[in-house]
Design a protein around this ligand. Structure first.
Ligand SMILES: [Zn+2]
Length: 95
């Protein structure tokens, strides 16, 4: 599966999540600058681990939560993206 890179993103869901994240970051930074820096760093780190990956035929899975063979192929356990971890971050941001 191949997506054309848009604005440097590998996947449309990754781009949408990043735009939403930046809105949340701005709101937090205005309210509590010190806390914002820590939270932003943590969320960025988590999202960098739990990235969307397209697999055949048309599913998008989480790269971190799914098992990947050393050769690169996902097998055994595949977790749909957004995975529970990303869903939690997305849900928390709406509160
Ligand atoms: Zn995940």
């Amino acid at each position: 599966m191949g997506y054309t890179k848009i604005d440097g993103y590998n996947h449309p869901q990754e781009r949408a999540a990043d735009i939403a994240q930046k809105d949340k970051d701005r709101a937090l930074a205005a309210a509590a600058p010190d806390l914002a820096a820590r939270v932003i760093a943590l969320e960025n780190g988590i999202r960098a681990l739990h990235r969307p990956v397209d697999i055949e035929p048309s599913d998008t899975i989480c790269s971190e939560c799914s098992w990947q063979h050393r050769a690169g192929r996902f097998f055994g356990k595949v977790v749909a993206y957004p995975c529970p971890t990303i869903a939690l971050l997305d849900e928390e941001g709406k509160a």
